[in-house]
Design a protein around this ligand. Structure first.
Ligand code: ADP
Ligand code: ZN
Ligand code: ZN
Length: 802
């Protein structure tokens, strides 16, 4: 067994296979599958993952592994298998899948260097470039006048060579510590010898006589209000030694969390948790859908189930949406399990993330709380996986590998024979339908634990505002209520659905929105040709002059950005202090928390923002939540738009009045009669589910069918259209009779960075060979992809249909 099968770090479909390498004698004992290695590949050296062993290879003249980067595997056998599955399931490359499962810093960094290999003098220019050095980084060439042909000649002459280096980006943090260098007995003798004038030295020795263990250097200096030179003096005398020790960057101060204990569960909670506890006890896998309104005690159930898992000596993964990974959420888990919790989310620095990951890797914690990719935490004895707010879109990764965390979680749950819990107040139709069919087990929490009613939702018809002569974005009702709340010293949250992005046309008089007669989605406005297009099926019609429903000429494009609203708001309520929270104001690390803290400290009266403000917030003083334009989400060109609207409205409503002060929700819309708005205001999930399922059935959308979205992009418009056309034509004859391909049609965002985007969508029930077929067809374009800059992306079960 001295040949390793390696997946190399070359993201190209022609390289998407293992390569065999000989394991040199010196690595035979230490190398294991799941470790990263450096291997020669063509003229370069690159990083790779060892995935398997073998005794013999079909190839001759195998090269040797150059180096081993890890002491213990970074991918467990289970994760290696999962990575393979992930790549095949999402039609991605193996290397991409593996890298998606690991922290960023474990990716390799490649450097190119020019090295001088003979003592012969070089041309003057090259001598000046090397400036006495043996090797120089390739990048330095850019800023010089040395020509490429000069370099080539020198390489041919054997004077210099190009070297490829692989660097691991891993950075570990080291801190200086000191400890006594001799026994206590000798310290005591030394204490006597030190002159009384060296007072600090004596104090420190005295300290070490009582505390012979190591202490952080900085801490010691602080403790005795002394300086480095005192420490150095003691070190010179051979009494103490200083040394560097690796420490973890801990982004959370574990002492700062107030510790909590398990609450006495309500009857409802007890009924819900019982089967989960049974599964934990019996090492049994099942998926549980925990359906409960905000405040119904889902998190408490998670905490108590995790406690069982910990007691069993096993481990837990908790996924929460990126955006709600707020300090408030982290507090709940740290408060119950203290330093037994690692937290993984994208606001951490690469170094911090790596350290948290290593605490998991080294089994120093039993619980990890994190965003999507935490589902790959390298635990080996998983006892439970929890996905909170399972309906959140952020669980779907929108670039390669395009996986959904739910699928990966269920796969791991099967591997480890442990339960997977999906929690939500508004489950996806896919999950709820599975629960109805008995594929998932359903657990329901109907009441809030504090028995408080959900806040009253008031729907304001914006058409009536217009008819009453109010053309602003704020209804009279909303304006009055804001004034009233501010006068009472209370706060308001105003939600704007989406920043800037909007594609539809709506009649301001009657709220009419043009929809595709075949697909039940809003038509997309294409300004260039003044056309309305369906981007699912390519139906199109001219932009009407008058509303086809009420003949008004107030039919037009719909869209407003947060910044404009902020201006309008400041004019409308000049006395209010407004905080704006959107992607622009939260780009910097920590700015999200900062804004929330300012608001919590009542430094502002109104928090205005996109949906990122809808999640996880819990402010005692917020008594008003206003939704400015419920329509802009409702008419996204996406068959899930009604579901997303329902989820968002339910979620924001849950934010108001969780505490003593009663809350109120005001929803502004041009289509108050739409079922998603009406039913969200009544908190009636079941009625919404039933109605939406009928529509999904009628127009054939998930959960009744599966989807695959193929998007093609190219600088040249015609190439993009043609290639998509060719894919559609190649695929049609190979599909089952009940499958359908829609398109080619332009993507709703038709042009991005000067590339034209076209797409086609496959709707299918049963296509066991679909992935293989798509792969084969896409491979026929390999040459265009490599040489002609054509991009083809495949998304199995897409969430973003833009
Ligand atoms: P969810 O996760 O469904 O929004 P939480 O678990 O956050 O609900 O519970 C809402 C509130 O009710 C929290 O303040 C929590 O501490 C409290 N709570 C949960 N379970 C109980 C219980 N059994 N008894 C008393 N209070 C509870
Ligand atoms: Zn109209
Ligand atoms: Zn259509």
């Amino acid at each position: 067994m001295n040949i390793a099968k390696v997946i190399v770090d070359v993201p190209a479909s022609s390289i998407n296979q293992t390569f065999d390498y000989v394991i040199p004698e010196r690595f035979l004992e230490i190398l294991k599958p799941g470790m990263r290695v450096i291997v020669p590949f063509g003229p370069r050296k690159i990083m790779g993952y060892v995935v398997d062993w073998t005794n013999d290879s079909d190839f001759n003249n195998l090269k040797e592994i150059n180096d081993v980067l890890d002491l213990t595997p970074v991918l467990t056998p289970e994760l290696l298998e999962l990575g393979k599955w992930l790549a095949e399931y999402t039609l991605s490359l193996y290397i991409t899948a593996f890298q998606a499962m690991l922290p960023q810093v474990l990716k390799a960094n490649y450097k190119k260097e020019l090295e001088r290999i003979s003592n012969e003098p070089l041309s003057d220019q090259l001598e000046a470039f090397f400036a006495g050095r043996d090797s120089v980084s390739y990048e330095e060439l850019e800023n010089t006048s040395v020509s490429f042909s000069q370099i080539q000649r020198a390489i041919q002459d054997g004077a210099i060579a190009v070297r490829y280096l692989v660097k691991s980006r891993v950075t570990k943090k080291h801190v200086a510590f000191v400890r006594p260098a001799v026994e206590t007995q000798l310290l005591t003798e030394a204490f006597e010898d030190i002159s009384d004038r060296a007072k600090k030295q004596k104090e420190i020795i005295d300290y070490f006589i009582d505390h012979p263990e190591e202490i952080e250097l900085n801490q010691l200096i602080k403790l005795f209000k002394t300086t480095r030179s005192t420490i150095n003096a003691l070190q010179d005398k051979g009494l103490i030694v200083s040394f560097k020790k690796e420490v973890y960057r801990n982004p959370y101060n574990d002492d700062a969390f107030e510790s909590t204990t398990a609450l006495e569960l309500t009857n409802e909670q007890r009924r819900a948790i019982e089967p989960i506890k049974q599964h934990i006890k019996n090492d049994e896998h099942d998926v549980f859908l925990l359906h409960g309104v905000t405040g119904s005690g889902k998190t408490e159930i998670y905490l108590q189930a995790i406690q069982d898992v910990i007691n069993k000596g096993e481990e837990a993964i908790v996924l929460v949406p990126e955006i709600s990974l707020t300090p408030q959420m982290v507090n709940r888990f740290k408060g119950r399990f203290g330093s037994n919790v690692a937290v993984l989310h994208s606001a951490l620095s690469y170094g911090e993330k790596y350290d948290e990951w290593r605490r998991v890797h080294r089994k120093e914690v039993q619980v990890v709380v994190g965003a999507r990719s935490a589902v790959f935490a390298p635990f080996e004895n998983l006892g439970i996986i929890i996905i909170d707010e399972e309906h959140e879109n952020s669980y779907k990764q929108e670039d390669q590998p395009r996986y959904h965390a739910r699928d990966a979680a269920i796969r791991r749950g099967e591997n480890h024979r442990c339960p997977v819990i999906l929690g939500s107040a508004t489950p996806t139709l896919e999950s709820y339908a599975r629960a109805q069919k008995g594929v998932y087990k359903l657990a329901v929490l109907e009441k809030r634990t504090n028995e408080k009613a959900m806040p009253e939702v008031d729907i304001v018809d914006m058409r009536e505002e217009l008819h009453a002569g109010n053309r602003s974005m704020f209804s009279r009702r909303l304006k009055e209520t804001i004034d009233q709340r501010i006068n009472r010293g209370e706060q308001a949250v105003l939600l704007l659905n989406r920043r800037g992005y909007s594609t539809f046309v709506m009649c301001r008089d009657c709220g009419h929105v043009k929809e595709c007669p075949h697909c039940d989605i809003a038509l997309t406005f294409h300004k260039l040709h003044n056309q309305l297009k369906c981007h699912y099926c390519s139906y199109e019609e001219p932009m009407p002059m008058y509303c086809p429903s009420c003949s008004s000429d107030l039919i037009r494009f719909f869209g407003t950005g947060t910044q404009r609203i902020e201006e309008a708001l400041t004019q409308l309520v000049p006395e209010a202090r407004v905080l704006r929270m959107d992607v622009d104001t939260t780009r910097r690390k920590g700015s999200h928390e900062k804004l929330l803290n300012q608001f919590a400290n009542k430094e502002a009266d109104i928090l205005l923002g996109t949906q990122m403000i809808a999640k996880g917030l819990d402010f005692e003083n917020v008594t008003l939540v206003g939704v400015l334009t419920a329509d802009s989400m409702l008419h996204l060109p996406d068959f899930r738009s009604a579901e997303k609207t329902f989820q968002l409205l339910t979620q924001v409503s849950g934010r108001a009045g969780r505490h003593e002060l009663p809350g109120e929700v005001i929803v502004q819309t041009y289509t108050p009669e739409h079922y998603s708005i009406e039913l969200a205001s009544q908190y009636d999930y079941m009625a919404f589910y039933k109605q939406e399922m009928q529509i999904r059935k009628k127009f054939q959308y998930p959960p009744y069918v599966f989807l695959a979205l193929i998007t093609v992009s190219h600088k040249n418009h015609i190439t993009a259209v043609k290639s998509t056309q060719q894919i559609v034509q190649a695929l049609w004859p190979l599909l089952q009779h009940d499958s359908v391909i829609l398109g080619p049609t332009p993507s709703p965002i038709t042009r991005v960075k000067d590339r034209y985007r076209y797409q086609c969508m496959i709707k299918y029930r049963h296509e066991p060979e679909l992935r293989t077929l798509i792969n084969k067809i896409v491979q026929q374009f390999d040459e265009d992809v490599r040489k002609n800059d054509l991009l083809i992306s495949v998304d199995m079960q897409p969430y973003q249909l833009m």
